[in-house]
Design a protein around this ligand. Structure first.
Ligand SMILES: [Cu+2]
Length: 311
């Protein structure tokens, strides 16, 4: 008889009902206030760094796009994360086995509305992320505007050549030698750019895939043998910034370093004149590369078109 009444009671109360007392509501309120206070303290402490999502300080007109996409994605991910963690913790706490629970809880399956919900909601979230990513990517890679300065940057194992197209001059870089001593920076090849002018980088490679990366530009692009990749920036601040290869390209990849000097137009012109005066006239042509540039892209790379027979 005791067994029968146990089964009977389970039928009537398969799960012990959890009453929502005012104490629990108060506790929940306190937890939320605590989280809000912690977030406010964390956010107010760091100012600028937090505003740009801990990215480096951006120095081009594109920086704002990259920072807003980056921050937006993190905020969306955090909101989803907090909801998911909250639901997991709430389920585990609210429906934990209680002292006077007996047998198994009610076994449920096939909840169609919930299944539709957790299929549609992620699809919607991915669609939103995709929209903003595609929109910003096409803006960042838009090269339809006429550049003031065009530079064919060529990656090579393990340094950089800079062909200044309009100025008809070039600089051939040599690999950095990291000795551990100060002063190595001064030996790095330096790419000169005029401030507040639209600069187009025509990226090519002599041997293997490299990647042109100036961390403070907040964007980078691969350099692929036989191909031309390009993007434009308008640097907004003068100064010297670090540049590096961001694609593992062989033994001395880590020493494939350069500097970017963003200077006034007058200083830029003076540097171009200095390069020409040192005998660097024209461009280092594509015949130095292992692969010729693809035929259909040759017309866009002056140093490739100039080589004629090698292509
Ligand atoms: Cu490289």
């Amino acid at each position: 008889m005791a067994v029968d009444s146990d089964i009977e009671s389970r039928k009537v109360h398969p799960l012990r009902p959890h009453d929502d007392t005012s104490a629990r509501v108060k506790r929940r309120g306190l937890t939320l206030t605590g989280i809000a206070v912690l977030a406010a303290v964390a956010l107010s402490g760091c100012g600028e760094q937090v505003k740009r999502g801990y990215l480096p300080h951006g120095v081009t007109v594109n920086s704002a796009h990259v920072i807003s996409l980056w921050n937006g994605s993190w905020i969306a991910a955090l909101v989803v994360g907090v909801i998911v963690w909250g639901l997991i913790i709430w389920c585990a706490a609210a429906y934990r086995r209680k002292k006077d629970d007996t047998g198994l809880p009610e076994q449920l399956r096939y909840n169609v509305p919930i299944e539709i919900l957790y299929t549609v909601v992620p699809l919607f979230m991915i669609a939103v992320l995709f929209y903003y990513t595609a929109r910003d990517e096409s803006e960042l890679l838009d090269t339809s505007k006429k550049p003031d300065v065009t530079i064919n940057v060529v990656g090579k194992q393990w340094s950089w050549d800079f062909n200044y197209v309009e100025a008809q001059t070039y600089e051939a870089g040599t690999q950095a030698e990291l000795t551990g001593q100060p002063g190595v920076e001064a030996t790095l090849p330096t790419l000169y750019l005029p401030v507040n002018k639209r600069v187009q980088f025509d990226l090519t490679a002599r041997d293997v895939i490299h990647s042109f990366w100036v961390p403070q530009f907040l964007q980078k692009l691969d350099m692929i043998p036989g191909r031309l990749n390009k993007f434009q920036v308008v640097p907004t601040e003068t100064g010297t910034f670090q540049g590096k290869c961001a694609e593992l390209c062989g033994a001395y990849h880590s020493q494939m370093l350069f500097r970017v000097a963003v200077v006034s137009q007058a200083d830029f012109d003076a540097h171009m004149a200095q390069l020409r005066a040192s005998g660097n006239i024209g461009a280092l042509d594509n015949s130095l590369s292992r692969e010729p540039i693809e035929k259909k892209q040759q017309q866009f790379v002056p140093s490739a078109a100039a080589t004629g027979s090698s292509n």
